[in-house]
Structure formats: structure tokens, C-alpha cells
Design a binder for this molecule. Structure first.
Ligand code: MG
Length: 387
């Protein structure tokens, strides 16, 4: 697991996009059913490590901006300048007291395809490098007008996000003065001599430049070929204690004459579900991520484990399609609590209720569950992940 850390985000949306050719400025055109800018913001807003997110806009677009971000929890926008460089400088200046540890990712609003997993790789790279950029190897043959060819080996196209030590980038901008640069990594390199560390994009991340790019990007996001279905199963057992007054199942506290033994709250149902999601991701199991030997998990609400598994899916750009759970015990009776459990699981996973299956069964008095020695649960999860 790569080490990431908190980072600030500046979204550049102040351009007038002369090449785009639309009456509506590019950040506000319809893309996948909403403003393009909102789609790009959504990618960052879903990430836990984002310490703050600020958007730089064109002063003429304030009304469009307010409509596009309605309902999102964002600070007021920053008004851009007459060039991209000036706009980014204003964005950097908006941080009143940056510390040496502050990191920043700068991203173009017009790149709505960037993958969360790539953003997290950038965040990890930022721990070790003061200047980084998402990049892709140049695959096209390159030629000049005079007919001479450019060797493309070792050539990379720089994309965004680009990431920096915030204070160092601000200093580089101040040093650059009025000189113009194609991007922030070149400006940073001119000021410090430090070339960007490149992180390869794992998927298409092109910039929406013309009207024709919009349907192409939408098709990429919705193409069934871009995703595969993953299935995972989970199984867990907890033994009854000799005493107690309740058990916790599916996050619901159920009065019972004996508690379940376990390090956390012993919620066997949520443990099985957590393992099913981790299984679909091929990402170990609950014991790997939360070792029982670690005292900090004692008595812990198992919703924490399930949330963690859902977050791991999101970090891989995955979505949980549905989960299904069977609780196996003679007692307590599950049916009076099944609805509350489903609602609880739906809330934790942020899924509609009809994607949560929950059943209970006895084993007709047979085996350890039949003898009332404990409760078992089995679960299955179906996920959609980028290929
Ligand atoms: Mg367990």
C-alpha cells in the first residue's frame, strides 16, 4: 500500500477556451448530465486525503459557477487573472499561511477522466518529490513541417494533476515574474532546476479541447468494455460468551441473553460483508487490515471496517453493485431487525436499499450454530472495477 497524505487541490477553470467554440464556457458545458466542472470536482471530493479544494474561475462566470456547484461544500471561488499562470498564482496566494509540509495538486477542470487511483499515486509521489506530474508516453510518430522526424522514445506528454510543495511553488511563481511558461512543472524547473517526477496515467486522461471530445469522453466513461465485474465472498463466525445482554448484528443492537465474543463489537454480519468486498478487490481480508493483535480495535464499531472496505473500492475507481448476506443462528430471531440492518448497511455503503440482500436461517438444530454455540454469517459482494 503506497503511503499518501493530505493535499490541497486547485482546480483551474478560469480559461476562456478559445479553441472550444461554444457559447457556454467550457467548464460549464453539459457532460454526463451535468456541468463538466462539477464532474471533475466530484472526483476530488470523493477522496479522503483532500485537505481543501478551491476553484479558480473567470470573473465573468460567477453566475455559471454558482449554478454548477450548487449544494457542494466549497469555499468561495478564486478570481483568475488574464493568463493561466496568473490565475494559478492567485490560487496559490489564497493560502494565507502555508507550512513547509503543505502539498498541492493543480488540475484542469477540462480533464474529467482522471482516475482517483492515479490521484492517490500522485499523492504518494508527493511525499518524496517537490514537483510531479501525471504523464503518458508519446505514442504517435512525431514529425516537423520540414519533414524531419522526432525520436519519440523518452518523450512524455504532461497532463494534470501536477503536484508540488506548496510554498516552493509559490516562491517559484514569484521568481518567474511576468515570464510565461507552458505549465507549472516547467516554471518550477526554471526556478529550482528540479525536473518533475513523472507518474504514468493508468487510463485516458485527455483534456476536453473541442466539442468533439465531449461525446468521446462520455463514451469512455460509460463503455461496458471499460469495466469488469468482480465477485467476492466472506464468511465469519463468532462464539457466544457465557453472559451478556445483547449482540450487535448488521450494526443493530439486539437484546440477547449472551453476547458474542470478539475483539471488536463482534458483528459477525458486517465482518462477513467486509471480507466479501475485500475479496472482490483481491485485497486481503479484515484480519490483514485490522490485526486482532492491535489493541486500538478493541470494542470497535464494525461499521468502521465496512466503510474501510468501501473506501478501498472507491480508491480503485470501483463501485459496489450489490451485496447479499445470510446470518446463520438459532437465536436471536433476526427477522424483527432485518429491515434496520439493511438500512444500516445501505447507509454505511452509500447504496440504495434494493442493492442490499439480507436473509437469516437456522441449521435445524445441527452443528455449532444449531447447538447455540455461536453465530455464523456469509456474504457475497459484486463490484464493478475498471479493467
Ligand atoms: Mg469476525
Amino acid at each position: 500500500m503506497q503511503k499518501t497524505g493530505p493535499f490541497h487541490v486547485l482546480i483551474a477553470a478560469a480559461g476562456t477556451a478559445s479553441r472550444f467554440g461554444s457559447t457556454l464556457p467550457k467548464p460549464y458545458v453539459n457532460f454526463c448530465g451535468g456541468p463538466l466542472l462539477r464532474r471533475t470536482l466530484g472526483i476530488f471530493l470523493s477522496l479522503r486525503d483532500v485537505a481543501s479544494l478551491r476553484v479558480i474561475i473567470h470573473p465573468d462566470h460567477i453566475g455559471l459557477y454558482e449554478g454548477a456547484v450548487q449544494g457542494l461544500d466549497l469555499p468561495p471561488p478564486i478570481m483568475g487573472g488574464s493568463t493561466r499562470k496568473q490565475s494559478i498564482y492567485y490560487g496559490l496566494k489564497s493560502f494565507s499561511n502555508p507550512s513547509d509540509e503543505d502539498k498541492i495538486l493543480i488540475h484542469d477542470a477540462a480533464r474529467p477522466l482522471v482516475r482517483p487511483a492515479d490521484i492517490l499515486s500522485l499523492s504518494a509521489a508527493l511525499q518524496d518529490h517537490p514537483s510531479i506530474s501525471l504523464a503518458a508516453p508519446v505514442v504517435d510518430t512525431l514529425t516537423r513541417h520540414d519533414g524531419s522526424y522526432v525520436d519519440r522514445s523518452g518523450l512524455y506528454a504532461l497532463q494534470t494533476p501536477q503536484g508540488f510543495a506548496l510554498k516552493a511553488l509559490l516562491a517559484a511563481h514569484e521568481k518567474a515574474g511576468d515570464r510565461d511558461f507552458p505549465d507549472d512543472t516547467s516554471l518550477f524547473q526554471a526556478a529550482t532546476g528540479i525536473a518533475p517526477h513523472l507518474v504514468m496515467a493508468t487510463g485516458p486522461n485527455f483534456k476536453i479541447t473541442t466539442q468533439q471530445d465531449l461525446p468521446m469522453a462520455e463514451a469512455l466513461l460509460s463503455s461496458p468494455a471499460a469495466f469488469s465485474t468482480r465477485i467476492g465472498t466472506g464468511f465469519d463466525v463468532h462464539a457466544f460468551d457465557t453472559g451478556g445482554d445483547h449482540v450487535v448484528l448488521g450494526g443493530v443492537r439486539i437484546p440477547h441473553s449472551r453476547a458474542l465474543q470478539g475483539h471488536s463489537d463482534a458483528d459477525v454480519a458486517l465482518h462477513a460483508l467486509t471480507d466479501a468486498i475485500l475479496g472482490a478487490l483481491g485485497d486481503g481480508d479484515i484480519g490483514v487490515h485490522f490485526p486482532p493483535s492491535d489493541p486500538s480495535y478493541k470494542g470497535m464499531d464494525s461499521a468502521h471496517f465496512l466503510k474501510f472496505a468501501a473506501e478501498r473500492a472507491r480508491q480503485r475507481d470501483g463501485t459496489i453493485e450489490n451485496v447479499d448476506l445470510t446470518i446463520i443462528c438459532e437465536s436471536p430471531k433476526i427477522s424483527p431487525h432485518a429491515s434496520a440492518m439493511r438500512q444500516n448497511i445501505a447507509r454505511i455503503l452509500d447504496l440504495p436499499l434494493n442493492r442490499i440482500g439480507l436473509k437469516a436461517t437456522t441449521t435445524e438444530g445441527l452443528g455449532f450454530t444449531g447447538r447455540g454455540e455461536g453465530i455464523a454469517a456469509q456474504a457475497v459482494a459484486s463490484l464493478k472495477l475498471p479493467v
